[in-house]
Design a protein around this ligand. Sequence first.
Ligand SMILES: *Cc1c(COP(=O)(O)O)cnc(C)c1O
Length: 403
Amino acid sequence: MTVTLSAEDVFAATADAETSSLLSTYKRAPMQLVGGEGVELIDSNGKRYLDFASGIAVNSLGYGDPGIAKAINDALGAGLIHTSNLYRTVQGEELAAKLVERSFASKVFFCNSGAEANEGAFKFARRWARKVGTDTKVEIIALRGAFHGRLFASLAATDRPSYRAPFRPLAGGVSICERDLRDLDTALDGETVAALIVEPIQGEGGVRVLDADFLRRLRAMTAEREIALIFDEIQCGLGRTGHFFAYESIGVVPDMLTLAKPIAGGLPMGAILVSEEIGATIQAGDHGTTFGGGPLVAAVASYVVDRLSDPALLKSVRDNGAWLGQQLDALARRSGKVRAIRGTGYIWGLDVVESANDIVKRGWESGLLALTAGEHTLRILPPLVMNRDDLMRGVQILESIVG
Ligand SMILES: *Cc1c(COP(=O)(O)O)cnc(C)c1O
C-alpha cells in the first residue's frame, strides 16, 4: 500500500492546533497522521513513525490489515451497519459464541467502550449481589493504581486524583483499596461488597503485573464471601500477554471480564463476559445500548478475535515478548537512566529518571511513538504483529531518547 498526500492533508497539517475546534481535553502531538502501513504511521509531511503505542493497545494488527478491510466491505456490501438491539443479527451472535467458546463465560454483553463495559459490569454485579445477599450488598472495590475509565462510576474506581477531583461527587458505593491482602481482607466484607474489580496488569497505573499468588488469594477471598471478581482486561487482554486472556496464564478465573481496546480493530466496541451464575440473574430491561454489538462492528471483531486467538500469533507474542524484555533489560543496564522495567508479552513499562513525557516527545522527532504511564514511566504497547527487527529498531530509538 502506498500513501499519497492530498492537498487537503497538507493544508490540514499546517493549520495551527490551537485553532482546532476540538475541545481541548487532550494535549495532542503536533504532527497530523494521515496514513498507516504495517507497523508504521505516516504524517502529513510523509515522515514515518514506528508504532510502539498501537493507538493505546487498540491497533494490535497494525495498519492496513486486509482482513479488517474485507470484513468492513462485506458488511457494507450486505447493506447492514446498524440494526439496534431490538433484532437478532448473525454477526453479534457469532461473536458472542466465539468469546464464550474461548473463555469461562456463558453470556456476553456488547457495548461501545471500555468505561462503558466496566459500568455495565458494576450494574450486573449489583443485580446478582442483591440476589445472593441483601440490599446492602452494593459496594464496588477497586485497587490502588487502578484505571477503569472516565465515566462517573468507572472514574470512582480509577485511582488518579487529578482525573477525579474536578468532578466530585463521583458515583457512590465505589472505593479504592490498597493492593494489600490484609487491607483487602477487611475491605471485602461479604455483607456489603458486591464486586472487586482488578486489572491483572495495571496499564495506566505504571504497567504493574499483579502477582499471580496475590490474584489467587483474591479469588479465594471473593469466592468464599460471594463477591463478584471482575477482571478488567481492556488493555492486557486479547493476546497482549501472549495468552488470549491474561487470566489464562495466571490460572485464576474471574466471574466477569471486560474487554474493549483492540477487540474490533479500531472500531469502537466493548464487551462484558459474564459467568453462568451472574448471567442467570440478568433480565430483559436490566441494561441496554443503542449501538452495542451492531453487525458491522461485530463482523470486524469476529475477524479480529480469530486473528488474536491464533496459537501461532500468541506464541510469537510470548517468544518475542520475552526477547523484548531481555533487550529492554540490557538497555536499562547500559543507559543508567532507566531504574526498572516491568511487563510481559507486548506490554512493558520502563521507570525513567527523567520526565517520561519529555522522552515521548523526543520520540516524535526520532520517529517513534511511545506512551507514558505516570510521570516517570514510559509504556510501550507495540502492535502484536510487530517482528523482532522492528522491535529492535524501536528499542534502539528508545535507547537514543531515554537520555
Ligand atoms: C483504556 C482502559 C479503560 C477505558 O476504556 P475507554 O474505551 O477509554 O473507555 C478501562 N480500563 C482499562 C484497563 C483501560 O486500559
